[in-house]
Design a protein around this ligand. Sequence first.
Ligand SMILES: [Zn+2]
Length: 511
Amino acid sequence: MEKINKYKHEFTFHILLNIIIAFFISAASYIHIPFGSTKGVLVYCIHFVILQFTIFGFIYVYTLFKTLFKFTFPILFSTLSALAFWVYTQDITLESSIIQAILETKLDIAIDTLSFPFVIYVISAFLVSFFLMKRFQKLQLNNIKSPLFLIAIVAIISFFIAENYRFGVLKRKLPYNSFVSVKNYLTKPEIRLKEPENNITGAKENLHIIFVLGESVRADHLTLNGYYRNTTPLLSLQENIVSFKNIYTPLTYTAVSVPQILTNKATTDISKTSFYSVYSILNKADFYTDWIGNQTLEKSYEAIVKTNKKVTIIDQFHSVLSFKKKKDLALLEQFSLHNTNHKNRLSTIHMIGSHWYYNSKYTKEFEKFTPITNSKYVGSLSKEQLINSYDNTILYLDYFLNELIEELKKSSKETLLIYLSDHGEILGENGQWFHAQKNNASENPAMLVWYSENFKNKNPLIVKNVISNQQQKFTTDFLFHSILDVSKIKGFKIDNTQSIFSDFKEFKKFN
Ligand SMILES: [Zn+2]
């Protein structure tokens, strides 16, 4: 009888602990998700219960190390609560960049964080955990003979089964993502950058290239490429636009596609690990290089971006998993034609683009195709809703690029805009959705070129080549080689067969 009572105490303690963790920490990962229908609510409730069950498993094993648990838990709990406070209030996704910001103490963030509610929250978390430890101390039975131990093992196994079923299903939620982020922060990125030689020069005098790096835009959803809906009403009216619809990349998610696009790494390179950043080569040729981004820099390409002379991130904690963050048009507020004395310039604009959750990427005026999605749970949505929401992001892109082009028309420079999405997007093909999976739709990103009248007048042959190459197949390797080609870089060998500005008829004559 006494034994049963002991188990009861132990059980009550763990239930209480679990509820407190749910309240202070893990619920933060769910609060911003649009649930939509009842089915959506139900699915996320089940998700949450499974998450809490697995947490119980790990915590139970943790409590077996009694002294360690007693002294370290309040600190760990308060730290995780502090992170959760950010997630609750600012819809931040915990990633290695956040850990970096905290550990490498950026003052503005530190001050931002020290609000009165934040301090109250963290102190409450500490006090609650401190009193829990008092209760824990009184527990007499807490060992591997307890029936709870067996349940804990089942809970831990459930965690691995769930992760095996779908990668990140639990790891991307609090508290797990905190540990994953710290681990990612401590591991080195795969790409190493080489410093180019000093003898690199450029033969251009007045060139401004604007490279717009898009997100999750598939080529075949643009009217310019024959899509049946009018998703590019403004761009279709612009002159000097050339759309390349046969771009291929086998790298179908941001963390792997972006480092490839921004360097001389080929889509087929697997074994090589060190490469040249396109920016560091242009810097040697005295180009001004600037980056304006609306995405948190991921570890895999952060070092490449930082080879720009100037880097502006408009919303430092904007991950593709956030919902209520800055829209891409805010990028254009940071873009200016006049901020450099350099003769030549490469500006990169990195969009959040058309990444899921689509509705959070555009404003109400662009809600032209309806009905749109009303839940993040795909199982409760129709194919029509998903495609409507997606196509509205393309309308937003159309407006965005059109605004940018209108601004570029004011420039006296030879101006060239290259738009390339980092990969495509799957919209129901083979029963799949989104990207990061092999599928023709995710491997065919949208790509456009626009050139100014000035550019056309000074570079008639290049314009002629671009137009005649538009049906040709290129891999995303083209970006690096084309930019250096059109910049007339000397002292660095490029592959002309990868440049969209090459005269391919000439190549054929020689071969
Ligand atoms: Zn991406």
